[in-house]
Design a binder for this molecule. Structure first.
Ligand SMILES: NC(=O)c1ccc[n+]([C@@H]2O[C@H](COP(=O)([O-])OP(=O)(O)OC[C@H]3O[C@@H](n4cnc5c(N)ncnc54)[C@H](O)[C@@H]3O)[C@@H](O)[C@H]2O)c1
Length: 330
């Protein structure tokens, strides 16, 4: 049984609490949050103790921590937790700064303590089936990848200001998906971004609509499209053209009813947002972490993967500002 402390009792912390507490091989024993009421209320729902992050890290009976605090705390908490010998699952992104994330990776590598990063989409049944098909060679060599990722509605500008920007906060998932499905890192990144959904987002120095092109050393290409607004719901699709065929994953709909009338054929909308669409993925992600720690299996999404995705986010941020492609060292 893996004894777990949860750091951060916010939006995503509440999802992780359910998965930790309901897993047959893990137990939620403690919850911390700088907002003590949030920690108390979440801990109380699962019979766990509400305490401080320092107390969780000092508790020798706790084996692992899940870090679901605000992004600017991740690197510090990963370093403290691994120094205390706790296995870590940390939410994305590793940090707002690539340099800080790299320093965190260097520090953690010396400890040998396992760290997994929460790129939950790898555990989505659709996208993991695409990966399995690629690995089995069913469509030959992936040559052109297209990722569509649109949120239903933009976040408040206050969130945008502390988020690190669209590329680090939102497209980071798609950068990881590109690395995952193409099985390689690109050598060049070109980004175009605008703020046409909410001009306030532009005034805050961010974009809400963006397209990124990734070029690989052998000439392969990936294209990622992000928008902070899709009025019909959360749009999450992947299309991968390989030398021997095409793989595509469409949206998961709110229900499977299709209505055909004289006016046309209609179906339900895509599931509303990440808390609906990726519920199964978060549970599968937690299960993979528990198996890795208790059974000694390989960590499926490493801290290095987190740094690699952040490097693409940083390059895209630069490219969108300068209008120039950014070349990446291999
Ligand atoms: N993988 C995903 O799909 C996904 C989805 C949402 C959020 N996230 C990531 O999860 C993190 C949290 O996002 P959220 O939407 O839950 O935010 P949130 O603001 O709802 O929750 C964050 C919580 O962390 C607490 N906190 C902040 N600093 C702390 C500290 N030093 N110690 C203890 N608690 C602290 C805050 O009080 C808050 O309750 C972010 O890094 C975000 O990028 C990932």
């Amino acid at each position: 049984m893996l004894k777990v402390g949860l750091l951060g009792a916010g939006r995503i912390g509440r999802v992780h609490a359910i998965n930790i507490a309901s897993h047959a091989r893990s137990q939620l024993v403690a919850v911390s949050d700088v907002n003590e009421d949030a920690a108390r209320s979440l801990a109380g729902a699962y019979g766990a103790q509400a305490t401080s992050s320092d107390a969780i890290l000092a508790d020798a009976s706790i084996d692992a921590v899940l870090i679901a605090t605000s992004t600017d705390t991740h690197s510090d908490l990963i370093e403290k937790a691994t120094a205390a010998g706790k296995a870590v699952l940390c939410e994305k992104p590793v940090d707002l700064s690539l340099e800080r994330a790299q320093a965190c990776l260097d520090a953690v590598s010396k400890t040998g303590v396992p760290v997994m990063i929460g790129f939950n989409r790898r555990f989505d049944p659709n996208f993991s089936a695409i990966k399995a098909s690629v690995v089995a060679g069913e469509v030959g060599k992936p040559e052109l990848l297209s990722i569509t990722s649109f949120d239903p509605a933009p976040p408040p500008v206050a969130y945008v200001k502390v988020s690190g920007g669209l590329f680090r906060d939102m497209m980071i998932h798609d950068f990881d998906m590109a690395n995952f499905l193409m099985g390689d890192a690109p050598t060049s990144v070109h980004a175009a971004g605008t703020s046409i959904v909410d001009p306030e987002i532009g005034k805050a120095g961010d974009v809400d609509t963006a397209v990124v092109t990734l070029i690989y050393a052998d000439g392969r290409i990936a294209v990622i499209k992000n928008s902070r607004r899709a009025v019909y719901g959360y749009d999450q699709r992947v299309e991968l053209l390989g030398s021997e065929g095409l793989l595509s994953a469409g949206n998961v709909l709110e229900n499977t009813v299709s209505k055909a009338t004289k006016q046309g054929v209609t179906s339900a909308k895509p599931e509303f947002f990440f808390l609906e669409r990726y519920m199964r993925a978060y549970a599968a992600e937690w299960d993979a972490f528990v198996s890795a720690i208790l059974d000694g299996a390989a960590i499926p999404v490493t801290l290095q993967d987190g740094v690699a995705a952040l490097a693409l986010a940083e390059a895209a941020t630069q490219s969108a500002k300068s209008g120039q492609s950014v070349t990446l060292a291999r």
